[in-house]
Design a protein around this ligand. Structure first.
Ligand code: CTP
Length: 401
């Protein structure tokens, strides 16, 4: 593992747990691997390990006090300075505070303002680990995009034997190098992803929409972020309450809003993945008052929306990678290839409504990728997270490998 972390900046947060003694060795391992390490402790952690040991090993002062003049002004900069924030051990108490956005010490202030990826290694007694409140809090952190290093089974501080031990420092160091830095092939790349449906207003209470959940686009945004890209997610009115540390979220309603949001930033993007189910038509007249029920028939006149993917394809510069989706029910391959050419995309991801478990609302999807250069690639039915991985792997293989 010699110097595999050369030039990487790691912020290590230590909380009040007996496993904190292992963090001393973790600092040593990370520094030996070439990383620059800064340590932040909660006040409770200071009861378990000495800041003198940690500052000596990390070659930086250990930060604890939120209201110390230097720390206070630094808490935002620290989260930006770091390539990664690792909280090990993560106590039950700090886990609960993180999941609720509480901010009563420096470590929590830095966590809440961190724009870098966050990895946590929990440590607690088995019964605390198994409590539904802890399970909920862990799930919340995962939904924020934080990575959890699984606890291990073994002897616990209580003398009992079971789940809840913090992973060994070597394992945490392996996780950091293997799962994170070595897979950040898109570091320094900017990516735009669209997701969800659009709503086209008929009057103040009614709209034309579709069943898109936004799950596929969210999974793609997360996967691009995991690989190191700076990600902006432009999302239509999905019912998913998405939030993730580090991914910029722009909420829009109509196809026209989405068009404007995408065009505003496209020039700066390296990659754009258009996975939203954009309405193709919108009412010509949007009534400012609720339309009252009068006649037996009501005719709505619709007009075409602007095609976002096509318009981005027209202004695409060399080096920008544009990915579109095609949702088809018949002549799938023919239509997908037509879209690839017509919209000047580099790749079309086809999902057919004829495939079981694919498309709107499902947690799974079955895709075929049609790249501009090269042969079509068929994939099995998989979870949307795994599908996102296949799409991002293909982008990397064809454009950045
Ligand atoms: N798309 C877009 N803007 C629109 C309509 C579609 O950016 N106004 C994008 C979608 O995000 C998707 C791709 O175009 O990436 C294909 O969408 P789809 O609805 O399958 O194709 P359409 O071009 O709308 O053609 P049709 O509905 O006739 O199949």
């Amino acid at each position: 593992m010699i110097h595999v972390l050369k030039g990487k900046k790691i912020l290590l947060g230590i909380t009040g747990s007996i496993a904190a003694y292992k963090s001393i060795y973790l600092v040593r391992l990370l520094v030996k691997a070439g990383a620059e390490v800064k340590v932040i402790m909660t006040p409770a952690a200071a009861d378990f390990v000495s800041s003198l040991t940690l500052s000596t090993l990390s070659h930086h002062p250990v930060l604890v006090d939120m209201f110390d003049e230097q720390s206070w002004s630094n808490h935002v900069m620290l989260g930006r300075w770091a390539d990664m924030m690792v909280i090990a051990p993560l106590s039950c108490n700090t886990l609960a505070k993180m999941s609720h956005g509480q901010c009563d010490n420096l470590l929590l202030a830095v966590y809440l303002s961190a724009t870098c990826p966050v990895v946590v290694a929990p440590a607690m007694d088995e019964d605390m680990w198994r409590h539904p409140a802890t399970k909920e809090n862990i799930k919340k952190l995962e939904s924020f995009g934080n990575k959890i290093i699984p606890v291990e089974k073994g002897e616990l501080a209580s003398g009992l034997f079971g789940d809840g031990r913090m992973a060994e420092p070597e394992e945490i160091a392996r996780f950091i190098t293997g799962n994170f830095f070595l897979t950040r092939q898109l570091a320094n790349k900017k990516a735009l992803v669209t997701a969800g449906p659009t709503y086209e207003a008929i009057d103040p209470v009614r709209f034309i929409g579709n069943h898109s959940s936004g799950k596929m686009g969210i999974a793609i945004a997360r996967e691009l972020y995991k690989r190191g890209a700076d990600v902006t997610l432009v999302m239509g009115p999905s019912s998913i309450d998405f939030s993730a540390n580090g991914i910029r979220l722009v909420r829009v309603t109509s196809a026209n809003d989405m068009y404007k949001a995408c065009h505003k930033i496209f020039d700066k993007m390296d990659i754009a993945v258009m996975s939203a189910a954009v309405a193709d038509y919108t009412p010509v007249q949007k009534s400012s008052q609720k339309i009252k029920k009068k006649e037996d028939h009501l005719i709505l006149e619709l007009t075409k929306t602007k095609d976002i993917l096509k318009s981005l394809g027209e202004k695409k510069k060399p080096g920008q990678v544009l990915v579109g989706f095609a949702l088809e029910t018949t002549n799938e391959k023919k239509y997908a290839l037509e879209k690839l050419a017509k919209k000047n995309a580099d790749m079309i991801v086809l999902n057919s409504l004829n495939d079981a478990g694919a498309g709107f609302g499902y947690d799974t999807n079955k895709i075929t990728i049609f790249p501009k250069k090269g042969k079509e690639m068929k994939f099995d039915n998989k979870s949307k997270e795994e599908v996102a991985k296949d799409i991002v792997d293909t982008i990397i293989r064809l454009h950045y490998a």
